[in-house]
Design a protein around this ligand. Structure first.
Ligand code: FES
Length: 157
């Protein structure tokens, strides 16, 4: 490695450290952990409920749920959004697991996601809203399929 390469590596490392310091000032450790190690960040084959929602900022989130006896046994997500959106989706999927329809509506709100993440800057609150909305729509999709099972065959996943 030449001296110039070493300088470049050192500069890149310093820059990365500075960026991380800025991120730590804005976000809690929980947010950073979910962002760097997202839980349930994958598509699901043959979900019982599915939704794709576009947020106010233009980012979108998909959510997939598996149900057993009216309870969510698995919940996964995908998003093209930023780190905060990933942290919110990850938290929502964890909160949703092993909850029934009523419990999800009452306990996996935007506020609950924010509380779990130990807060977000005001400009990122819509990311939690997107995760909460997507989960609710996936549940609505599950309920609508129960009433009209043939709909499942026409869904595009
Ligand atoms: Fe768009 Fe997070 S910045 S949903």
């Amino acid at each position: 490695m030449s001296v110039k390469d070493e300088d470049l590596d050192k500069f890149a490392q310093q820059l990365q450290n500075q960026i991380m310091e800025q991120i730590k000032k804005r976000y809690s450790e929980v947010v950073i952990d979910h962002w760097q190690n997202p839980r349930n960040f994958q598509k699901m084959e043959n979900p019982d409920g599915y939704a794709q929602v576009k947020g106010t900022c233009g980012d979108s989130m998909e959510m997939f749920i598996k149900m057993k006896n009216q309870t969510i046994t698995e919940c996964t997500f995908q998003t093209d959004g930023c780190g905060t959106t990933i942290a919110c989706g990850s938290t929502a999927t964890e909160l949703a697991k092993n909850k029934n329809f009523t419990q999800v509506l009452a306990q996996v709100s935007t506020e609950a996601i924010l509380k779990n993440l130990k807060g977000l800057p005001q400009e990122d609150v819509h990311c939690a809203q997107l995760a909460s909305d997507t989960l609710r729509r996936a549940l609505a999709d599950y309920l609508s399929q129960k009433k009209s099972p043939w709909k499942k065959h026409y869904r595009k996943i």
